[in-house]
Design a binder for this molecule. Structure first.
Ligand SMILES: Cc1cc2nc3c(=O)[nH]c(=O)nc-3n(C[C@H](O)[C@H](O)[C@H](O)COP(=O)(O)OP(=O)(O)OC[C@H]3O[C@@H](n4cnc5c(N)ncnc54)[C@H](O)[C@@H]3O)c2cc1C
Length: 420
């Protein structure tokens, strides 16, 4: 026999749990909220986040840290449940948060389990029935209700309202494999023409010298340039050399902008400045005065690791061990260029398997931003990564999940109360 609920939540990741908690709290004891998740293990992404410490949010969150649907729409949602709200929400659940020097906010326990346990406890306290593994195959509107059907048949759940929080396609083994897009399309929504990995490591051409420096990192400025050389975007942060190419915050933050630019302009590419703040001219002027100091030593003195310093010199064709006063003018200039604007031949990225988030999704123009209710299918609410919003590394993506999940949960419960 079919089961009945006031609200069914599809997906119990960060956004879905938040939505279920607020739906349960808002409906009160007389309401019934059922949250369904296809994964055997709930909250896999919360547990792996921030290297197992869960970077819950960031001290300074604004729409400028996100891409996707319009900044104005993103701001509207973020303002309705801001960082102090997130901190207060977790504090009330007994989770103390701390801010680190970078502005990132973590639980004081440095343990993501603290965050997941608190969310699961809050969901139970709000009366949410959590069912998993319960993979949703289809959500259909049948008259006044929604019918949620699971993979392989069996009993369906009839619900007055449905919140779809099935995430995107990043880290598919966690349970988020893009199935949500087919569900929302069937209910009348569109999905952006491009859905692609974001916050993903980048792959360099085979045999590039950087792939021989795996494990070495440096603070750099990574710049995205169009085919004409026009500067499109830049990030100054740590970049990690890996056996396949580049990773670390600078490369991850840049990945969605590079992929996005290349859809329109295949000649767009990355340029790295190994000494942020310096220009070709300023480095050239400093190299002129090197005297007996080798260029490699000079780079080390500026904070670059030894092997990286040597490799940069070699890439410019300069002998890293030869005294600087012997550098011919052309070589000196070539080295200054290599140090400050070295092109990185990125051939692709590591795909959804290694991506932290998904770029693209349901446009925010298709939801009411006060309640996250669909404008094309009444009674349906959407939140989290399934929407066309992706943030930088640093806690911004969870903040989006908390904010949009909170609005969806409250919005669905308020709507359902009126309908009852
Ligand atoms: C390795 C890694 C580290 C990260 N670290 C951070 C960090 O420190 N800070 C930060 O802000 N962000 C981080 N992120 C990003 C963050 O995890 C996501 O932005 C966030 O989890 C999105 O929440 P969501 O609930 O929208 O989607 P998800 O977390 O993807 O949850 C969607 C849920 O829906 C379920 N589901 C999908 N399809 C179905 C279906 N058909 N039926 C039933 N259930 C279904 C899935 O099993 C899943 O549980 C990280 C991501 C990764 C991959």
């Amino acid at each position: 026999m079919d089961d009945e609920a006031d609200i069914a939540v599809v997906g119990a990741g960060a956004a879905g749990l938040m939505a279920a908690i607020w739906a349960g709290r808002t409906l009160g004891a007389s309401g019934r909220v059922i949250a369904l998740d296809g994964a055997k293990k709930i909250g896999a992404k919360i547990l792996v986040a921030g290297g197992g410490r869960c970077n819950v949010t960031h001290h300074t969150v604004d729409e400028g840290q996100y891409a996707g649907s319009t900044p104005h729409a993103i701001r509207k949602v973020l303002r309705r449940f801001d960082v102090p709200d997130t901190v207060a929400f977790f504090k009330a659940l007994g989770v103390e948060l701390k801010r680190e020097k970078t502005g990132k906010i973590f639980p004081v326990t440095d343990d993501a389990n603290t965050v997941l346990s608190a969310l699961l406890g809050a969901a139970a306290d709000a009366g949410v029935e959590l069912r998993h593994p319960w993979r949703v195959d289809r959500v259909a509107r049948e008259g006044e209700v929604f019918v949620v059907r699971g993979e392989g048949g069996g009993a369906a759940i009839r619900a007055g309202r449905v919140i779809i929080a099935a995430g995107g396609k990043a880290l598919p083994r966690s349970g988020s494999d893009g199935a949500g897009y087919a569900m929302v399309r069937e209910l009348g929504h569109s999905v952006t023409p491009r859905v692609f990995p974001a916050l993903v490591p980048l792959v360099l051409g085979k045999g590039h010298w950087i792939t021989g420096l795996s494990g070495i990192s440096a603070e750099v400025t990574l710049e995205l340039r169009g085919g004409t050389g026009k500067r499109i975007k830049a990030f100054t942060n740590s970049m990690l050399c890996t056996h396949f190419g580049i990773s670390g915050p600078a490369a991850m933050d840049m990945s969605r902008y590079l992929a996005g630019a290349r859809f329109e302009d295949p000649a767009a590419g990355l340029v790295v400045n190994w000494l942020p703040g310096e220009s070709g001219d300023s480095v050239d002027a400093m190299l002129v005065g090197l005297g007996r100091t080798t260029p490699s030593k000079w780079l080390r003195e500026r904070g670059l690791p030894e092997r990286l310093s040597e490799a940069i010199c070699a890439a410019a064709g300069a002998n890293p061990a030869a005294p600087g006063h012997g550098l011919p003018r052309d070589l000196r200039r070539a080295l200054a260029r290599c140090v400050t604007q070295m092109p990185l031949p990125v051939v692709g990225d590591r795909g959804f398997t290694y991506a932290e988030v998904t770029a693209g999704g349901v446009p925010l123009s298709e939801v009411d931003l006060d309640t996250m209710e669909s404008r094309v299918c009444r009674g349906l609410h959407l939140c989290g990564e399934i929407l066309d919003v992706d943030g930088r590394i640093g806690g911004f993506n969870f903040q989006w999940a908390w904010a949009s999940g909170h609005l969806a949960g409250r919005g669905a419960a308020d709507g359902q109360k009126i309908a009852r």
